[in-house]
Design a protein around this ligand. Structure first.
Ligand code: ZN
Ligand code: ZN
Length: 329
């Protein structure tokens, strides 16, 4: 099969390799469409070094074409979406319902072969059957949407409350879309004009960074979602957080943020981490929101490119102007 390897930072190479065989409890998926994620871009740019060449990509959509021992052959032919983070399900974190921080977590496209290839294998429970009425576009964007659904679910904000989103990459846009669809008031801050206009067209209110303190306080913002993943935006969220609010960190910045304990303690600002999504409820909930026509995450796909142009797709994604690029396998 054809598989696109990240050989070294900034270098994708297509290679012909053997088609993987599903082990016991696994299914094999013949991939059709795979989303390009911000984390793929970070790997591509070398922000998170890999020791060996790896097939990256984890937002896979395709059909099951083979099953391993113990899995019903009736699943062959099912259209499925890949849930790529696989917690061990036996450690103390997994036992206490915190599988997202499982230290033994396997991740397709990071700790093992990913989806920018013709086939991928994964545990059967992590291949989500997609009902026929769901479009390919909505299906292939379930994974990043689930990250937004998860963040919203751990926040103390409820529909009709005001929330703020900093950074309108795919996760920020999808989170804003989900929140608006569920009736939250959403204030967005972003440097790219096109993405701001897109969020405004859905009903979000844009706020310039120098006006955050006043606007957020006036609007009684309950939760601030930091989706930009930069130190400056983390600081911005904390400095401007209204009294009693919470700052939820989704962005993965390796730099050091600063905050003033006096302000955080006195004003009761809570800081919460939101890493990916919990298995299985967040994918389940995301799929329900799509099936009930509450959300349409596929609307943010701005470009489709073939697997042979993955290098170009990752370069383009790194510029930060395309809301979502999807690769046709
Ligand atoms: Zn992703
Ligand atoms: Zn675990």
């Amino acid at each position: 099969m054809r598989a696109a390897f990240l050989e070294q930072p900034n270098t994708i190479q297509l290679r012909d390799i053997d088609i993987p065989e599903p082990a016991a409890g696994e299914v094999r998926v013949k991939l059709r469409k795979v989303g390009v994620c911000g984390s793929d871009v970070h790997l591509f740019l070398g922000h998170r070094p890999l020791t060996n060449p790896l097939v990256i990509g984890h937002e896979g959509l395709g059909e099951i074409d083979a099953v391993g021992k113990g899995i019903s052959s009736e699943r062959v032919g099912e259209r499925v979406v890949v849930e790529p983070n696989i917690p061990c399900s036996t450690c103390t974190f997994c036992f206490s319902g915190r599988g997202t921080i499982c230290p033994h977590k396997r991740t397709i496209g990071l700790t093992e072969a990913g989806c920018f290839a013709e086939y991928v294998v994964l545990p059967a429970d992590f291949a989500w059957s997609i009902p026929a009425e769901v479009s390919d576009a909505d299906a292939v964007t379930i994974e990043p949407t689930a990250a937004g659904v998860h963040a919203l679910s751990i926040s103390s904000a409820k529909p009709k409350d005001a929330i703020a989103v900093i950074g309108l990459g795919a996760i920020g846009l999808l989170l804003a879309h989900v929140a608006l669809s569920l009736g939250y008031k959403v204030y967005v801050t972003e440097i790219n004009d096109g993405k701001l206009r897109l969020a405004e067209s859905m009903g979000a209110v844009s706020v310039a960074s120098e006006k955050l303190k006043a606007v957020w306080a006036d609007a009684d913002v309950v939760s601030i979602f930091e989706c930009a993943g930069a130190v400056t935006t983390v600081n911005m969220a904390l400095e401007n957080a209204p009294r009693g609010s919470e700052v939820i960190l989704l962005g993965l910045s390796s730099g050091k943020a600063t905050f003033q304990p006096l302000q955080v303690v006195r004003e009761g600002i809570r800081i919460l981490p939101s890493l990916i999504y919990d298995h299985p409820q967040d994918f389940k909930r995301t799929l329900e929101l799509i099936v009930t026509n509450t959300i349409k995450p596929g609307r943010f796909i701005s470009k489709y490119l073939p697997l042979s142009e993955l290098q170009h797709a990752l370069e383009l994604a790194s510029e930060g102007t395309e809301p979502k690029i999807v690769i046709n396998i």
